[in-house]
Write a protein that binds this ligand. Structure first.
Ligand SMILES: [Zn+2]
Ligand SMILES: [Zn+2]
Ligand SMILES: [Zn+2]
Length: 326
């Protein structure tokens, strides 16, 4: 069982996961990572299903699976206990890291890229994702669900086969608490609905503006070519969105990755879903951050939390649109 420890300086939880260094996982420092044995089959490829626990969700077509969600063999969060916080002394606070840790094998094709998926594949992927979020929301000890994709070693992916991860956490993480507070603080409606309106007027950072999705290089981009993907409809939770909106956002993710590929090549990236916690009351607007992995946070960024970005989002937007011919 992994352990949560509270950093009293920041008020944020840290997760200690034992015994992961020698295992294929996306959380191991590159220095400690064991090179994948070229003779060992990819655990996510068809024919190797016994390498993972039985699927929690699987879609099939013509007798073959097209996507699978499986429990992580080495979960960072596991078990159905509620968050029980123990104070072991004036500054030592811990809890069991209960929760859920799943792997989403997005495609049977080892060499596929999300940026080339068909609309039908995208629809199925988003439906499967919605089902997992609904399941997590029904799980009493899960307070928040984090879904993400790491692509490329520099972005933390240990296995090349396209996959994402879905973690159900027994607490609301600091990053989401900050966003919840920001939505509460903002006077005059919703931050992201207002962002869409303001960016349309400015029209210097907009990449995609269609029926369901709005994609932009945020005014406050902390890194080069960072993208923010926003549903046009004001939905608090991902699971509040209609199937049409979910498919529309899925195709916007695909198109954003294709535009990024046209500009930067097969760049490593992190794609992160931010949705309101299950029991959230108040304002929120779910969204997706897409960060190409082009820089490394160093002393200044780690020391201050202040990001330094050398590519203004206006230039990034111009380059992305030019390279993609839009
Ligand atoms: Zn594979
Ligand atoms: Zn909104
Ligand atoms: Zn966010």
């Amino acid at each position: 069982m992994s352990q949560l420890r509270l950093n009293p300086l920041t008020g944020r939880w840290v997760t200690l996961v034992a015994d992961r260094a020698k295992r294929p996982t996306d959380f191991v420092p590159r220095l400690m990572q064991v090179e994948a044995d070229p003779n060992r089959a990819c655990p996510f490829c068809p024919g190797n299903e016994e390498a993972t626990p039985p699927a929690l969700e699987q879609h099939d077509s013509e007798g073959k699976w097209t996507l699978r969600v499986v429990p992580n063999l080495y979960p960072a969060f596991d078990g159905d206990g509620n968050l029980a916080v123990h104070n072991l002394g004036p500054v030592h606070t811990m809890a069991d890291a209960s929760g859920i840790h799943e792997v989403f094998v997005i495609t049977p094709d080892h060499n596929a890229r999300v940026g080339t998926f068909t609309d039908e594949v995208i629809h199925n992927v988003m439906q499967a994702l919605k089902h997992r979020f609904e399941e997590h929301a029904r799980t009493s000890n899960v307070r928040y669900t984090q879904a993400f994709i790491n692509h490329g070693r520099e972005a933390g992916a240990s296995l090349a086969h396209p996959h994402g991860q879905i973690l159900g956490l027994p607490f609301v993480p600091g990053e989401i608490l900050e966003e919840e507070r920001a939505f509460e603080r903002f006077k005059g409606g919703c931050i992201l609905c207002t962002t869409i309106e303001a960016e349309r007027v400015d029209n210097k950072r907009v990449i995609i503006d269609n029926e369901h999705a709005f994609v932009l290089c945020p005014y406050w981009s902390g890194g080069p070519y960072e993208l923010l993907i926003i549903p046009q409809s004001h939905d608090v939770h991902l699971t509040d969105s209609t199937d049409a909106v979910l498919t529309g956002i899925g195709t916007a993710i695909r198109d954003s990755l294709a535009i990024m590929y046209a500009t930067l090549g097969d760049v490593a990236y992190n794609l992160v879903f931010h949705t309101a916690p299950s029991h959230h009351s108040g304002n929120f607007h779910w969204h997706i951050h897409l960060w190409p992995k082009l820089t490394t946070a160093a002393g200044f960024e780690r020391g201050t939390g202040v990001l330094i970005n050398i590519v203004p989002p206006e230039d990034a937007a111009f380059e992305l649109k030019s390279a993609a011919g839009i």
